[in-house]
Design a protein around this ligand. Sequence first.
Ligand code: FUB
Length: 340
Amino acid sequence: AASSAAAPATQTASKDKSGLAEPLVEHIYTADPSAHVFEGRLYIYPSHDVESGIPENDNGDHFDMRDYHVLSMDEVGGEVTDHGVALSVKDIPWAGRQLWAPDAAYKDGTYYLYFPLKDKQDVFHIGVATSDKPGGPFTAQPEPIEGSFSMDPAVYKDDDGSYYMYFGGIWGGQLQRYEGGTYNPEDVYPADDAPAVKPRIAKMADDMLSFAEAPKEVEILDKDGTPILQGDNDRRFFEAAWVHKYQGKYYFSYSTGDTHKIVYAIGDNPYGPFTYQGVILKPVLGWTNHHSIAKFKGKWYLFYHDSSLSGGKTHLRSVKMTELTYNPDGTIVTIDPYLE
Ligand code: FUB
């Protein structure tokens, strides 16, 4: 367990001749990478950033993405394949605007692409699209997942074959609109000294197209067992949930948003509670920080993005990857993306 861990050392993002910490692709802008190993190959499900000309604001209107492209590679540092347009907003019946950070899962011969999108009333929900190939193209279901709200879905497959979706994000992600239990178009936040807005979890039904239960709140606790508070901007949940398992423990990682870090908390089961541990990735160039963590050919990797390729434009990001390492006590060695 990580509770008595000393502060971990910091490692730099790998920069070697295999191209790690360089953008995985440069012909398009990509962000919010969700990585999975399917059929022995590494697949990355990113957002596809575009220049929309919409001015930057706290709602994220400048992130006006219209489609997804899936990336894949046989080996780290090897050739990256862009599988073309995997899903387009024009082919999603309930679409309003803004295809944000997606994730994917595989079950019984079908690949599922989970995506956040605003409906025609400008309210975020989570949709699902299916394909018989990991690279797509995917066909969207006619409606969003019933009972879904907010954005940034991450689907975790547990060792017993159960799948869970984690989701949610505040500010432009609209999670704060559900604080009263039902949708409230007003943005209502807890007081700074009250528990922070919580990410959500729902077990997936057998069909992978619906929730098996009403979404539940995910508790993130300090090491003394008290909830992380709304005013604790360095540690409170903002967006970009991800879960992976290491040595039998569940690692819940997320972005702190306006303090620009990827941090993590550890728990004993998929529902939590999760106890805050520390920083995985320090701030990157660009406002957002969003990641995933996956094991490929025996090594753990962090997938993330930054805005280096666009010269610092927050809405024009590029996906990168670097090795992630653990201390002997199971804590994660903090990564500084630019440490020389
Ligand atoms: O890419 C659009 C949004 O920016 C994502 O959904 C958030 O996680 C942030 O990266």
